[in-house]
Design a protein around this ligand. Structure first.
Ligand SMILES: Cc1ncc(COP(=O)(O)O)c(C=O)c1O
Length: 459
């Protein structure tokens, strides 16, 4: 790759001229050869190979063309699920029950009583927030001596609802958080101004996120102080909005905001404050979920004294949605519903991903190999302290920083020309999201390439 005359190559450049009708064509960097890409090796139309540490923003789990997924996709059952989409809440086929029962028995986080499925991660956040608002709304009506059921309210109150009377209830979220771009979740998203420009937003409060400094053992006091300050701020905000907070929404590790971590103790503190305030404690595991951090759900590593109220999923799960404890099981007909609510074909692939993670012992593998990857990133930062800092990660959710956005972007371009496809996050961080099947040799290959790139940048 390093001596390649031009990038991208001629076939990719030719292909990139196509598809301009797609509004998103402005983002496109690569056109790949689907048949020739395998495992973590992405092959482009010119035959150039990349070690894929991007995995399409953590969407990819098992690498390209995993046999277990191809087997599902080639099956008669999959073909039928794909060509016969249904409004799953109303009409379904038995395969859907296989999926839901497997989630219930093996893959849902402990303590969850129900699942609600949509297509993508942001939609899952949107739906979870709606469930939180419904539960709070019912509780507030009952406390005011009114019926819990909004359809039992007087007709003028119902007419006001149709005319957008809304509610003064709020969701509390964290500075730097990302929860999707739909108009609901966007009000809880605070990672980049460009996401929010010109969009109306709910006036929901935001509190500081105590992004830990790394290596952690060198910043124990700084990190502890930032976490205590953030918890104080959260307590104040919850008090200011007493009885109006439907949910406290947080990512176990902030992904889009720059791979920002906080300690398990901090999350336990957030949960305790949310519980005291009567707000749902909602974990957004769209990016961290389905094995990326070395446990199926990242929050399994937080030693929470009780389950979160809701856990949102997406990406590697192939569907979006949320798991909920019994208190957030919305049973009133017509309140929570979308036409599809459970694409059976994608559920089959999602289940195959989860079954393969289990069958191949990938969680333990990701924990072990992720720890090795992090140790190599730490060594890299020690070798290039003027360029690479703050090595951090859990499992295969890894990152480090460069001094400026321009240097980070330069680093990524140079790495790509050496055949390593990494990505950006936050303002100046390199985001690594290896597929769960990335080998130790591939980790070494990536770190050797990074070392060479950093050396080249200093030259
Ligand atoms: C934590 C988190 N929540 C929500 C989303 C939105 O997911 P989607 O883009 O699938 O709607 C993302 C996407 O990156 C995410 O990282």
């Amino acid at each position: 790759m390093s001596d390649a005359p031009e990038w991208p190559g001629p076939r990719v450049r030719e292909a990139l001229r196509r598809g301009a009708f797609d509004m998103q064509a402005i983002y496109r960097a690569l056109v790949f050869d689907e048949a020739r890409s395998h495992g973590c090796r992405l092959v482009d139309l010119d035959g150039r190979k990349y070690l894929d540490l991007f995995s399409n923003f953590a969407l990819g789990a098992l690498g390209y063309n995993h046999p277990a997924l191809l087997d599902v996709a080639r099956s008669e059952a999959f073909a039928r699920a794909a060509v016969n989409p249904t409004s799953t809440p109303f009409v379904t086929a038995p395969g859907w029950f296989d999926y839901v029962e497997a989630l219930q028995a093996r893959y849902a986080p402990p303590g969850m009583a129900k699942v609600f499925c949509v297509d993508g991660g942001g939609e899952g956040v949107d739906a979870a927030l709606k469930a939180a608002f419904i539960v709070l709304g019912e509780r507030r009506r009952v406390a005011a001596g009114l019926p819990a059921n909004p359809l039992e309210l007087p007709t003028d109150a119902q007419r006001a609802m149709l005319e957008n009377a809304g509610t003064d209830a709020v969701v509390v979220s964290f500075e730097g958080g990302f929860h999707g771009r739909g108009l609901g979740p966007l009000s809880a998203t605070h990672s980049k101004a460009i996401h929010k420009a010109d969009q109306p937003a709910f006036p929901w409060p935001q509190v500081p996120f105590p992004a830990n400094r790394f290596p952690r053992d060198q910043f124990l006091e700084t990190n502890a102080r930032a976490e205590a300050t953030a918890l104080d701020a959260l307590a104040r905000v919850l008090d200011q909005h007493r009885d109006r907070v439907a949910a406290v929404l947080v990512e176990p590790i902030q992904g889009e905001g720059g791979d920002r971590h906080a300690s398990a103790a901090f999350f336990r503190g957030v949960q305790a404050l949310a519980q005291q305030a009567g707000a749902a404690f909602v974990l957004d595991e769209v990016q961290t979920g389905a094995g990326l951090t070395g446990t199926l759900w990242a929050h399994e590593q937080l030693a929470l004294p009780s389950p979160p109220d809701m856990v949102v999923f997406g990406k590697k799960m192939q569907l979006g949605g949320f798991f909920a404890t019994a208190a957030y099981d919305i049973r009133q007909f017509g309140r929570m519903y979308q036409t599809r609510n459970g694409d059976r074909a994608r559920a089959m692939l999602g289940l195959a991903v989860l079954d393969t993670i289990e069958a191949e012992g990938l969680l333990e593998y990701v924990r072990r190999t992720g720890a090795y990857f992090l140790s190599r990133l730490e060594a890299l930062c020690e070798a290039h302290p003027d360029l690479a800092t703050e090595p951090r990660g859990r499992g295969f959710m890894l990152a480090f920083d460069l001094p400026t956005p321009a240097l980070r972007d330069d680093f990524l371009k140079r790495a790509l020309r050496r055949g390593v496809f990494a990505s950006y996050t936050g303002t100046r961080s390199v985001r690594l999201r290896p597929h769960l099947v990335t080998s130790v040799a591939e980790v070494d290959e990536a770190c050797d390439a990074f070392d060479a790139v950093l050396g080249e940048m200093r030259a």
